[in-house]
Design a binder for this molecule. Sequence first.
Ligand SMILES: [Zn+2]
Length: 297
Amino acid sequence: MGRTVIGIDIGGTHFRVGRVGADGSVADFRKLPTADILCSGDVLADLAGFIRDYSGGGDVQAVAIGFPATLDRERRRVLQAPNLRFMERLPVVEALSRSLGVPVFAERDVTMALCYDVEKYRIPDQGIVCGIYFGTGIGNAVNIDGRPLLGKNGVAGELGHIPVDGSAIPCGCGNAGCMENLAGGKYLARLERERYPGTAIGELFLRHGGEPLLREFVDRMAEAVATEVNILDPDCVLVGGGVPNMAGFPREYLDERIRFHARKPCPAEGLNVIYTEDEREKSVVGAARYAWRRLSA
Ligand SMILES: [Zn+2]
């Protein structure tokens, strides 16, 4: 397929990889247990070895890796990764680029997802574009005129960790009472365990979506989205991730509650919210698209 970028998404459980062309086509997609690849105790050597074997001498232009983590402002190291503690502070970019001899890009996985979605949904670069992804937690990335918002330390866009009054649930970030523990998949797992033990988590909305506990949950999601909307007055908000894509998820109710919490008349009036799908190869293609953008900048 000619020149390619290797796109990688390293999650706490799964490691996804694909070879992606400049047109976004993907070949040799694989989803493997992270523990099978990063297993020797020297994770940078494991990673370099895997990528070298995977590329098999192909015409690789770059490697791009998304992490469920905060990264330093220069995007050279992972700062904090509750599900990948062993990656924290390692010189990922420097070590891999030296060992592989190609440019290596590291980014937050949500920035990669937003990179995928802005192309798929043809969102113009101009202005403020927010990506809010409800998975296990809440992922958030903000683009301003096509460039990721970084912040002083590189950790801007942590919507999942805004504090919620009255909550003391411990969070993976080390704090307590963060929004993502009340409006992410972790809370649904808790509801399944404690309130709906007879219902599989994937059927919670199908079977109980109209009940107060799940209505409250969706309203909490809307509060998270509206918080960002009221601060940034964005041109476009992309809402995605596993939770809004669950069977029976009440998207209309979420939409109604986002508009309820958004300030009137603006940004509520004309608020542009797009609900995105979850494709199998999204994180890998998003990572590669991010790299192709960086290579052509
Ligand atoms: Zn937190």
